[in-house]
Design a protein around this ligand. Structure first.
Ligand code: FMN
Length: 187
């Protein structure tokens, strides 16, 4: 297998809590995002955008998580609030891929949203090819309107994924993979 196939055949996610720095450099991030944006995109709409959380910005975003969580769960204990404060700090870098899909005369919403999924996967593969490990997460912060407002998402925008990126030493045990033959029909 060549390097590309080998990467794709072996890639697997890593849990953010075991991710270490250093974070990708600004140049590396720019390269990752350029590759991430190179996806099939019916109508050339670029129906997605990025929000990058790095360094102290992760703590600022975490403070928003804790604030929203506390407002909605007044009984929340200090431990839970500390976990919310740390939500964006588990990995050295988090990139939110935001779907900007909107009604269009020709291009269905579904196709625009799938393009955002492709962006997430391209970003994942680019980061892994650069020596990092990743986790594509959504969690409650992808669906809570108060949180999305605080992150500056417009009403029609959605989080396709928070791609967590960092360094992990050693191998990570794989998960069971689907039986592809059982899922494949040769028509
Ligand atoms: C859109 C999307 C959202 C996901 N959100 C979560 C999540 O919030 N929490 C989680 O543990 N896994 C989540 N996952 C699953 C992981 O990203 C990942 O697929 C899985 O942990 C292992 O798969 P892999 O090793 O092939 O990457 C999500 C996957 C997708 C596609």
């Amino acid at each position: 297998m060549n390097d590309t196939l080998n990467l794709l055949a072996r890639r697997r996610s890593a849990p953010p809590p075991i991710m270490k720095g250093p974070a990708p450099t600004r140049d590396e991030v720019a390269q990752m995002l350029a590759i991430a944006a190179r996806v099939p995109d019916h109508g050339k709409l670029a129906p997605w955008r990025f929000i990058v959380f790095e360094g102290e910005a992760r703590a600022r975003a975490g403070a928003l998580c804790a604030e929203v969580f506390r407002a909605q769960n007044p009984q929340a204990g200090e431990e839970r609030l500390a976990a919310e404060q740390a939500r964006f700090s588990r990995a050295p870098l988090v990139v939110a891929v935001v779907s900007r899909a909107a009604p269009h005369v020709k291009i269905p919403l579904w196709e625009q949203e799938m393009s955002a999924g492709a962006v997430c996967m391209n970003l994942t593969v680019a980061a892994v090819a650069m020596g990092y490990r990743t986790a594509w997460l959504t969690e409650w912060i992808a669906y809570d309107r108060d949180m999305l407002d605080r992150l500056g998402l417009e009403a029609h925008e959605k989080i396709a994924g928070y791609i967590h990126i960092g360094r992990v030493e050693g191998e990570i045990e794989d998960r069971a993979r689907p039986d592809v033959a059982a899922l494949t029909q040769w028509f």
